[in-house]
Design a protein around this ligand. Sequence first.
Ligand code: NCD
Length: 311
Amino acid sequence: MSHSFKGRDIVSIKDFTREEVDYICKVANGMKDLYLGKGTPRPLNGEIMSSLFYEPSTRTRLSFESAMLKLGGNVIGFSDPTWSSAAKGENISDSIKCIESYCDVIVIRHKLEGSSKLASEVANIPIICGGSGTKEHPTQALLDILTIKNEVGEIDGLKIALAGDLKYGRTVKSLAYALSLYDVELFFVSPTLLKVRSEVLKSLDDAKIKYSEYEDLDSIIDKADVIYATRIQKERFVEESEYEKVRGSYKFDINLMKKGKESMVLMHPLPRVDEIGFEVDALPNAVYFKQPYYGVLMRMALLGLVLGKVS
Ligand code: NCD
């Protein structure tokens, strides 16, 4: 089966089929030698990636940059938009029309909904979304799928809980869409104020995915094969008082983890604030510090594929 990803934008996980996701994961797993610095020539020699981060980032930006360098490419960009022309009032579209002359691929993170899609409509080179508003984080979803495949195994048949800020968190939304390509059962756990949005549930209904909603972890802890915890997104609340109502609503500690299946895996896109106790980090089934490694493999695969240098 031949897949053509050359020139493609990665702006929404909804643009991918299951077959494509499985193929991308296979390519990502094939990046392990290049990740370790073995194997030449490096496929992205001479290529340039622009990394435009209008919102704070640690893992997404650095893993894209690391991926590009490991493939032999170069990186330009900014991580502080106050030092870009955005601070002078330039719109995204004008910036993209200029930046595309400087590089071969653009990775963009912006707080505006639809920002990556807009960039993709303006640019003639591939645009990769590094997080757009509260709804899209496709490359995080892909690295999460890769993590589940590598740390748990076959995705079909799994019961997966998505917990935390299901309203504002973009990672959980993109992951829910990605998981709906498989035969899974989903548990959504959140305070009422942060319940998963109806458009996500509608799309799960369309995909005939079984799901249920809860307010506490006790209801699902002994059933889940995978738990995906997320941070409550303080910066997305309009009112600080609303945030205070849900702050610290749930916490994974050793006692809670003991109630889970022995094989249950705990994931988190990071950063965590207070939702996972530090003592949990040492448990073999806490895999959130392995996700960043899979993130580099996944981003190596995506950059290589959209630039048409890897297949
Ligand atoms: C997430 C994001 O920016 O959406 N972080 C990430 O990319 N790993 C999650 C978050 O900020 O809570």
